[in-house]
Design a protein around this ligand. Structure first.
Ligand code: FMN
Length: 324
């Protein structure tokens, strides 16, 4: 039987997660797509995403998806959603943005039901193991079962969180997932635009923390590697100081509406001494001292990955689990 991805022209059931903040650009997305998976551009300004789509298409003839975080949507992103081959959304009220195949990522049964009611074509079920922006509070395999029994049979479910090897892929597909979505594994690729220092920390990383500390302008929960900011400010439960949460909530519209120069000013002025941290990760455009004050997004699989290599070889290895 055709899966959602194969019926849309993607050969392998492997999706690279769209990672915002400049991490997943055209080089990564095109490399994944050329290797037979589905490459996804992370969210950026509408103009930058259109340029990146053009660049990705110069690099590959295959399909390119775009990731859109709904709280940050601007009107001009609608054109991006029309130009892309597949649209992946996350966070916020699910809404179809174009006639292109639409996938929405969810972290709970309720979110899955809302996405289905909104007419989504496929759902990504995100487990709590995931890196980056985390909605899920339940392990991926468990949430997959819950969502499967809630939604009508036939709704394609993709699985995200904790998938980094061929065995993980085989297990996810055997559990009924239509395809897998990997973030951390592709974050640790040559083509991802994580800074060199960030990639070095990922290679050495093992424990991660789930925290709301990096919520200036966008209160949310993220899974990160520890750094000086988390060591200084986190309580044992992963929460930052209550006053910081209140301030973060009050600045909610800032990241979505504020001009980019305000955002980059905030990033440049982050310090270990003052607990106001944006969710913008340490991309290759940031200096190495940003590593102590930026969110070093990483999923739990970081403990099982110790190399950074070309995305095509990662796709090949993951795909070995799809043929079993
Ligand atoms: C560095 C990083 C950035 C992320 N940024 C986004 C994002 O911008 N939009 C999104 O939908 N998901 C984002 N995610 C979450 C992924 O979509 C996915 O749920 C997660 O990576 C899966 O878990 P894994 O990291 O264990 O593979 C991000 C993940 C990482 C690791």
């Amino acid at each position: 039987m055709d899966s959602f991805l194969t019926s849309n022209g993607v050969a392998l059931p492997i999706v690279q997660a769209g990672m915002g903040g400049g991490i997943a650009g055209p080089a990564l997305a095109a490399a994944v797509t050329s290797a037979g998976g589905l490459g996804t551009l992370g969210m950026a300004s509408p103009q930058r995403m259109r340029d990146q789509l053009d660049e990705a298409r110069e690099r590959t003839d295959g399909l390119i998806a775009v990731n859109l975080l709904l709280p940050f949507l601007r009107r001009a992103h609608a054109q991006v959603a029309r130009d892309a081959d597949i649209v992946v959304t996350f966070w916020g009220r699910p809404v179809r943005l174009s006639a292109k195949p639409w996938i929405h990522q969810v972290g709970s049964i309720d979110e899955a039901a809302r996405a289905h009611a909104a007419g989504v074509d496929a759902v990504i079920v995100q487990g709590v193991e995931a890196g980056g922006h985390v909605r899920g509070r339940v392990p991926a395999a468990e949430l997959l079962e819950q969502v499967r029994s809630e939604l009508p049979a036939g709704v394609p479910l993709l699985l995200a969180g904790g998938i980094a090897t061929a065995d993980d892929v085989a297990h996810a597909l055997a559990s009924g997932a239509d395809a897998v979505v990997c973030g951390t594994r592709f974050l640790m690729s040559d083509e991802s635009r994580a800074s060199a220092g960030y990639k070095a920390r990922l290679r050495q990383g093992s424990a991660t923390v789930l925290t709301d500390l990096f919520g200036l302008g966008w209160p949310g929960t993220h899974r990160v590697l520890p750094n000086a900011a988390t060591a200084r400010w986190l309580h044992a439960d992963g929460r930052g100081p209550a006053a910081v949460r209140t301030f973060n909530a009050a600045t909610r519209p800032m990241m979505s509406r504020g001009p980019e120069r305000v955002q980059s000013w905030l990033v440049r002025h982050q310090s270990v001494r003052v607990p106001f941290y944006t969710p913008i990760p340490a991309s290759s455009s940031m200096p190495d001292d940003a590593l102590e004050v930026s969110p070093l997004y990483a999923g739990q699989t970081v403990a099982r990955i110790d190399d950074v290599r070309p995305a095509a070889s990662i796709v090949r290895d993951l795909a070995a689990g799809a043929g079993r």
